[in-house]
Ligand binder design. Structure first.
Ligand SMILES: [Zn+2]
Length: 215
């Protein structure tokens, strides 16, 4: 990982792997790139020329290539930016590979137009009670069926999430039976919260830190 940002704000961190790190990866599909806010994006955009292309490893070829937009689940839905597109330029005799990839905003959920914050709220309710009640608690415009699918995705991802979190710290104590309707899943959420105690949204922090989508 490289650290990008003006000297005045050394804490600004972009979850972009260094060239060496990318070199060990087969392609960008192995990991995802995220940024947290406009400040981080600006810092990254400034340094694009110094970052290796995740596909072909060329340096000096990456340029901005627009946005990936989608609707959020507000009521009524709004069209929002979900990711920035990056192009490895092969135009004007540049040596790039001509492929593109996305740098995601850390609070977006892959293939679903909702936010990590809403998913976090949903999951906290879903481990404690019914899925239907959890959907109502999110105040989301998405259907129950969509949230059920998101729950299923989380359910399938639990062991991978647990493994990833172990790199950040020991597991939290088991949630007592009776304290939650789904104690195993509740323990994963507690572990996530403990792993990112100061994060605004632990799911967004997970995505950015682990360079991987949460679900
Ligand atoms: Zn390339």
């Amino acid at each position: 990982m490289i650290f990008i940002g003006p000297r005045s704000s050394p804490h600004v961190r972009i979850a972009i792997p260094s060239g060496d790190f990318v070199g060990r990866r087969a392609n960008v599909g192995d990991e995802s790139w995220f940024y947290h806010d406009d400040e981080e994006w600006a810092a990254l955009a400034e340094r694009l020329k110094l970052i290796s292309c995740p596909h072909c490893k060329a340096t000096g070829t990456l340029i901005r290539h627009g946005f990936l937009r989608g609707f959020d689940d507000a009521c009524p839905p709004r069209r929002t930016v979900r990711a920035r597109r990056i192009f490895c330029s092969n135009r004007h005799r540049r040596p790039g590979c001509g492929r593109t990839f996305s740098v995601w905003i850390a609070d977006k959920i892959r293939r679903r137009c909702t936010t990590t914050r809403r998913l976090w709220r949903f999951l906290q309710h879903a481990v404690a009670g019914s899925i239907a009640d959890a959907v109502r608690a999110t105040g989301s415009a998405l259907s129950d069926r969509t949230w059920q699918r998101l729950w299923n995705r989380f359910d399938r991802s639990q062991s991978a999430i647990r493994t990833a979190l172990l790199a950040r710290g020991p597991p939290v104590p088991p949630v007592p039976t009776g304290a939650a309707r789904r104690p195993v899943a509740a323990q994963v959420l507690a572990h996530l919260r403990a792993a990112f105690p100061h994060a605004d949204c632990p799911i967004a922090a997970y995505q950015q830190t682990m360079r991987s989508f949460f679900v």
